[in-house]
Design a protein around this ligand. Structure first.
Ligand code: NAD
Ligand code: TYD
Length: 351
């Protein structure tokens, strides 16, 4: 099996690459990544000497180059994670999200289609696995959960671009019999998460005594899943999921943003030897995000009953371990928060 994993230098991708390289030594794993601000090869330093792992630096939006790589490498399967992934950035620059998330996905589909002939989804042993988000389903009120049947209703340029890419993947299954699988997952947390997203941003800011920006009243709700659980789900779906099917992945773990940040403050107070309540004093309410989705919650019963996957139950421990990882990896934090990102952070925070 020769497998291209796109976006493998990013947050979730690096966890997926690590599982596949270590668990399947007989597979050849190619990590294809452009190394944007969010991609960092330091995330995979421990794999550099593994004989079944290789890295290719490439932009999925460069169609000609992607076709050339597929022609040369002839991968049997693709797990596609490369994307622009931050909602706030998508509000500032929607076109970048169209370019990578929509055009990049279509380029990969076409490149795979050009080498996987005949394309009969039942026979070839090929798989194009598209990794997506629950944000395509839009926003929930106080009740209910997203199922695989929930109609798409994206609100941000990020979720609109992911929704478009999901539609293309399904359209290629229907039109060309492309052997595809999809999953839509809730908010992830864990090590190697770029510190512009809520959890790593707060850990970083608590450590540096900086304000913790809470959008609006902090009452928006997210369903948090440990990244290792997501990577295990991707492994299960890639190997045992049904071709043409979609699987929702979620933590069954809903938190209001403000409650989550307060929990994180308690954990950090303990770890840093602060007095109880000290970190929470950094909480600062700021202008709400435009089009801010109120609530996400995932029904992942199809994945749980069909493929026997379960999320980790001890959220507090996983969150505390995540905080500890950031405290132990100061060099990583310093590297990713320097340069280009710092400029963005200053702009973002001074609004
Ligand atoms: P990330 O931003 O941490 O990493 C994205 C990776 O893609 C980076 O390594 C980056 O260099 C690479 N990339 C970006 N543009 C590229 C391009 N044009 N060509 C090649 N590589 C490119 O993202 P993440 O949080 O790890 O998310 C990975 C995937 O999972 C995305 O598709 C995202 O939509 C999806 N997802 C994320 C979450 C979450 O909570 N983070 C939840 C559900 C689904
Ligand atoms: P984020 O981590 O950006 O993920 P997403 O927007 O994909 O859900 O944000 C998680 C929640 O936290 C979301 O409701 C927005 C909110 N948030 C803040 O309140 N302050 C922040 O600085 C950030 C980055 C997010």
């Amino acid at each position: 099996m020769k497998l291209i994993i796109t976006g493998g230098a990013g947050f979730i991708g690096s966890h997926v690459v690590r599982i596949f390289v270590n668990k399947y030594p007989h597979y050849t794993i190619i990590n294809l990544d452009k190394l944007t601000y969010a991609g960092n090869l330091q995330n995979l330093q421990d794999l550099e000497q593994q004989p079944n792992y290789r890295f290719i630096k490439a932009d999925i939006a460069n169609r000609e180059n992607i076709f050339k790589i597929f022609e040369e490498e002839k991968p049997d399967s693709v797990i596609h994670l490369a994307a622009e992934s931050h909602v706030d950035r998508s509000i500032r620059n929607p076109l970048e999200f169209v370019t990578t998330n929509v055009i990049g996905t279509v380029n990969l589909l076409d490149a795979a289609r050009s080498i996987w002939q005949p394309l009969d989804s039942a026979q070839g042993g090929n798989c194009f696995y598209h990794v997506s988000t629950d944000e395509v389903y839009g926003s929930l009120g106080d009740e209910g959960k997203f199922t695989e049947q929930t109609a798409y209703d994206p609100h941000s340029p990020y979720s609109a671009s992911k929704a478009a890419s999901d539609h293309f993947v399904r359209a290629y299954y229907d039109t060309f019999k492309m052997p595809v699988k999809l999953s839509n997952c809730s908010n992830n947390f864990g090590s190697h998460h770029f510190p512009e997203k809520l959890i790593p941003l707060c850990i970083h800011n608590i450590k540096n005594g900086k304000p913790l920006p809470i959008y609006g009243k902090g009452e928006n709700i997210r369903d948090w899943l440990w990244v290792e659980d997501h990577a295990r789900a991707i492994d299960a779906i890639f190997h045992n999921g049904k071709v043409g099917d979609t699987y929702n992945i979620g933590g069954n773990n809903e938190w209001k943003n403000i409650d989550l940040v307060k929990l994180l403050c308690d954990i950090m107070d303990e770890k840093l030897g602060h007095a109880a309540g000290e970190s929470a004093q950094l909480i600062t309410y700021v202008t709400d995000r435009a089009g801010h989705d109120f609530r996400y919650a995932i029904d992942s019963s199809k994945l749980q009953t069909g493929l026997g996957w379960q999320p980790t139950s001890d959220f507090r421990k996983a969150l505390a371990d995540t905080a500890q990882w950031y405290l132990d990896n100061e060099e990583w934090l310093n590297n990713v928060t320097s340069g280009e990102y710092l400029k963005y952070y200053e702009e973002q925070y001074s609004r």
